[in-house]
Ligand binder design. Structure first.
Ligand code: GLU
Length: 486
């Protein structure tokens, strides 16, 4: 394909909130499509709502996309910097007669809506100022009225397009709510702030976007935007409307469902790789034989809209947790350590002594990995390795049971001085020797050792745990206090 024909897609987030899972999933589909076809994935920050847009939200969105591995091409386009191009397009539409000034005041519009409501009709603008005579217009201006700018939408317009997800689409102009406002109210010799549908079309055309991939909540906007493409003389892009993400009840996922921001998922301990894998599955079915666990690159190799479903995608926490566990189990000690280090550091762990040794930390990661679902589990489960736990009731009962304390005391007496590496063989031999000296079964000693070291009867592999605590010099004091407990 010639460069000009190349696929160019974009994500157009509004920085009026943190990166939402719906926007992130749209980003995933755009990214996959671009990477699949060797095209470009562009970013446009739609910050024209001055009251609600905030730089910290832009930062959160960019950070979230980077964290997910959804790299974009080139510098992000900042929509507010393009206002002159938006105004020029509006001037063009005014000049060509596709747009006009509407002087209807807010109370007049409100009254019209009330009447429609009372008659049980859908709210729509009645196009009352569409064909004002120059005299009427002059008299409104003389009254000091300001005007919005509206784009003409004829009731008998029929808008059709071939949607990559939904197939043949048809919208009647009469279902679009009457002539659409494209610029906010301003004095009649000016062009007020340009509005969403207009600026999106102007920017997508200027960025030579070939495919607009976005949520199906934008379908009515697409119909309006196609009319604008035509009026402005631009070739429209191809559209693909992706299914919505639904909650457990089958309703559109919203803030009320709790966690919806990518940064919240991150804080809960989900890995980028698992989350992005999961989002790919929200509405897309991988080809037969691929399974559900894959990297972004693997998905990009086979991604296409023929496997994107029309039906809404229900959010499934169990599947997300399963994927996160898969990622964590397969990560390897060093990458897992890199992910856990900041979480440990936040608790002041792992910065001094043996526990600061990367090698010790890697062994700890190997020990914990098989039982992790969330990254946060690697904090919780590491707690007794970094801090001395208070024994729980079951551990206390174990230590009070027959033969437990003498067995722990025997092991303590045999324990080599210092914090030299304790090999597995050495540890096993010490256990056998101590059990026989104390006259207890090895099982009794093992259970008591666990209670003494971890303050609990649950936990990861005992010998490995012990060896780690031995290297940090922590086994001796714990055995000591357990063996002398009243
Ligand atoms: N700023 C719009 C949004 O966040 C963009 C929609 C579009 O992709 O055109 O919903």
């Amino acid at each position: 394909m010639a460069v000009a024909d190349r696929v160019r897609v974009r994500l157009a987030p509004s920085p009026t909130g943190t990166l939402h899972i719906g926007t992130a999933r749209t980003a995933v589909f755009n990214w996959l499509y671009a990477r699949h076809l060797g095209g470009s994935f562009l970013l446009r920050i739609e910050d024209t709502d001055r009251e609600r847009s905030r730089p910290e939200y832009t930062a959160n969105i960019l950070e979230g996309l980077r964290w997910l591995g959804l790299d974009w091409d080139g510098a992000p386009i900042i929509q507010s910097e393009r206002i002159e191009a938006h105004r020029a397009a509006i001037a063009q539409l005014l000049a060509s007669g596709h747009a006009y000034r509407c002087y209807a005041s807010e109370p007049e519009i409100a009254e019209m809506r009330e009447r429609q409501q009372a008659a049980n009709r859908a709210p729509r603008y009645d196009n009352r100022h569409r064909d004002l005579s120059p005299e009427q217009e002059q008299s409104f201006i003389a009254e000091g009225r300001q005007a919005v700018i509206r784009f003409r939408i004829d009731d008998d317009d029929v808008i059709t397009w071939q949607d990559l997800v939904r197939g043949e689409m048809r919208w009647a102009g009469s279902d679009l709510g009457g002539d659409m406002v494209i610029a906010r109210r301003a004095p009649a010799d000016q062009i007020g702030d340009p509005l969403y549908n207009l600026v999106v079309v102007v920017d997508d055309a200027a960025m030579a976007i070939s495919h607009v991939i976005r949520g199906e909540d934008h379908i009515a906007n697409t119909a309006k935007q196609l009319l604008l493409y035509e009026a402005l003389g631009h070739t429209p892009p191809v559209f693909a409307h992706t299914p919505l993400i639904l909650n457990q009840e089958g309703k559109k996922l919203s803030k009320r469902d709790g966690v919806t921001s990518i940064s919240d998922f991150q804080a809960m301990g989900y890995c980028a790789e698992a989350l992005v894998n999961y989002m790919t599955l929200l509405g897309w079915s991988p080809p037969e034989g691929m399974g559900e666990r894959f990297s972004l690159e693997q998905a990009a190799a086979v991604f296409g809209f023929e496997r994107v479903n029309r039906a809404g995608a229900r959010f499934d926490w169990d599947k997300l947790n399963w994927l996160n566990a898969q990622v964590l189990h397969g990560l390897g000690a060093e990458p897992l350590r890199q992910l856990l280090l900041p979480l440990w550091a936040a608790r002041g762990w792992g910065s001094a002594g043996a526990t600061a040794d990367p090698d010790w930390q890697r062994q700890l990661c190997e020990l914990l990995a098989p039982s992790l679902t969330l990254l946060a589990d690697g904090v919780e489960q590491a707690t007794p390795l970094f801090t001395r736990p208070d024994p729980d009731a079951a551990a206390l009962a174990q230590l009070a049971s027959d033969g437990a304390r003498p067995a722990v005391a025997a092991l303590l007496a045999l324990l080599p001085e210092g914090c030299e590496e304790l090999s597995v063989e050495q540890a096993q031999a010490l256990l056998a020797q101590a059990a026989s000296q104390a006259g207890v079964k090895k099982g009794v000693l093992m259970k008591s050792l666990r209670a003494a070291l971890l303050g609990s009867l649950q936990g990861p592999d005992l010998v490995t745990t012990w060896r780690l605590l031995h290297r940090s010099g922590e086994d001796r004091p714990r055995l000591q206090s357990s063996s002398t407990m009243p």
